[in-house]
Ligand binder design. Structure first.
Ligand SMILES: Cc1ncc(COP(=O)(O)O)c(C=O)c1O
Length: 435
């Protein structure tokens, strides 16, 4: 199955012999399911702040990675992990001050806006978090049905891949899964989204199923980055609750301040989710993730099911997560994401003015989607791929997303500055002019 911005067999033939050899070795040991980015894959040996360095010492501007959200090799996070790993690393079956203090602070941040969440349970990956959210949703609702958006991605476990339509036709959706179109960002898209959810619930009922959950990536990353209009998610959430299901906000992408105006994507919609799943930037590279949940939802599940995750929520994870919260707050990175993100969108809009090949520019904070279109205004995936690869040649990293792969996905670390935006824009203009 092909992937947006994925390296292909045709690309292989064009590479120098040394790179072909490394790729062949990789394929031999990792097997056929892995993909590489770019027509000419990249091979980095070091990262610092917004920069990634290859073996020859060439610096690439990273405008794409949202795991190293505070910057690659963030010194305070690295020091916190190293300190904790050197002194103690056990698991959640021993009492440990660090994990409790971290959970208290995380919940306080989840509830500083519209959240009303009582507990947090720790996992190692976003996929595991969504898998656990599904178990809880099914236990509390008695339903089995799952509603997702048409090009959603929620992860890789057997149950979660079944509700990740962006994995393509080769990964079949579960018989209990219904897809609804992602909101298109138009003025009445909230009402339409709610109507589509109601229709999906009716279809589940026609097949003898009740819904367990509606799960949504609250910035719709793989559906093409949809952040506006504010509040459009609320009617859809009301619809799932009326039918006895719960609403899960997947914050793996927008969470931890990326939108700049709030810590979480759901806050933009003035929503109080039943569960929130999170991951990627949570440990700035240390693998940690989790599910926050309202107490009444998990009471019965907790009484019946024991929960233990060997690595999830261990003392090192707590130290990494705590350092992330500290740096995010003390270095004012949300305010930075808001200001620099606005400058990025303004710069893009000024450049796109009068161009026939660039459509809408969407997003919030440092999560931006740009439609690449052909002469008729239709999505142009080939042109988007040329831009992504052209930027890579100019040592700037982004990728593409959306159902057609024609949306430029720009998602730099939150420490991105206006000077970095200027470097990005110059490379973009040059790359487009050259194709
Ligand atoms: C919205 C969303 N949810 C869940 C996941 C899965 O997270 P992980 O790769 O940590 O399992 C991802 C990963 O890309 C994601 O983008």
């Amino acid at each position: 199955m092909s992937m947006v911005n994925g390296f292909t067999a045709e690309d292989f033939a064009r590479l120098p012999a040394a790179e072909q050899a490394l790729i062949a070795r990789r394929a031999r040991v990792l097997g056929p399911a892995y993909r590489l980015f770019y027509e000419k894959p990249l091979h980095f040996v070091r990262g610092e702040g917004v920069w990634l360095y290859d073996a020859a010492g060439a610096a690439y501007l990273d405008a794409y990675n949202n795991v190293a959200s505070l910057g690659h090799g963030q010194p305070r996070v690295v020091a916190a992990i190293a300190r904790q790993l050197a002194s103690l690393n056990t698991h959640t079956r021993y009492l440990h001050e660090g994990i409790i203090a971290y959970a208290e602070q995380l919940l306080a941040r989840l509830n500083a806006g519209h959240g009303a969440l009582d507990h947090v349970m720790f996992t190692c990956t976003g996929s595991e978090a969504n898998d656990l959210a599904l178990r809880i949703a099914r236990a509390v609702t008695g339903g089995t049905g799952i509603i997702v958006t048409a090009n959603a991605y929620h992860g890789v476990t057997a149950s979660v891949a079944e509700f990740s339509p962006s994995l393509g036709a080769g990964v079949p959706l579960g018989a209990h899964v219904r897809c609804v179109p992602a909101p298109d960002g138009g003025p009445d898209c909230g009402a339409r989204f709610a109507a589509d959810i109601a229709a999906a619930i009716a279809d589940l009922a026609a097949h003898g199923m009740r819904p367990a959950m509606l799960i949504v990536d609250t910035i719709f990353s793989s559906d093409g980055v949809i952040a506006a209009p504010k509040g459009f998610l609320a009617p859809g959430v009301a619809a799932i609750r009326r039918a006895g299901g719960v609403f899960v906000a997947d914050e793996v992408q927008p969470g931890f301040g990326r939108t700049g105006e709030a810590m979480w994507g759901f806050d933009r919609h003035a929503l109080s989710p039943d569960m929130v799943t999170m991951g990627k930037p949570m440990g700035n590279g240390y693998p940690m993730a989790g599910v926050a949940v309202r107490a009444e939802l998990v009471a019965e599940f907790g009484a019946k099911a024991r929960y233990f995750n060997t690595f999830g929520g261990n003392p090192v994870a707590a130290a990494a997560g705590q350092a992330v919260l500290d740096v995010l707050g003390e270095e004012g990175l949300m305010a930075n994401a808001l200001a620099v993100g606005a400058y990025l969108r303004e710069s893009l809009a000024a450049w796109a003015q009068g161009r026939g090949d660039i459509g809408a520019i969407r997003g919030m904070g440092l999560f931006v989607g740009v439609d690449v279109v052909d002469g008729t205004g239709a999505p142009d995936a080939a042109a988007a791929a040329r831009i992504v690869n052209g930027l890579r040649e100019r040592r700037v990293l982004i990728s593409a997303s959306g159902p057609h792969g024609a949306v430029l996905k720009i998602r730099p670390p939150l420490v991105f500055t206006r000077a970095h935006v200027d470097i990005f824009m110059a490379a973009l203009a040059d790359s487009v002019a050259a194709t």
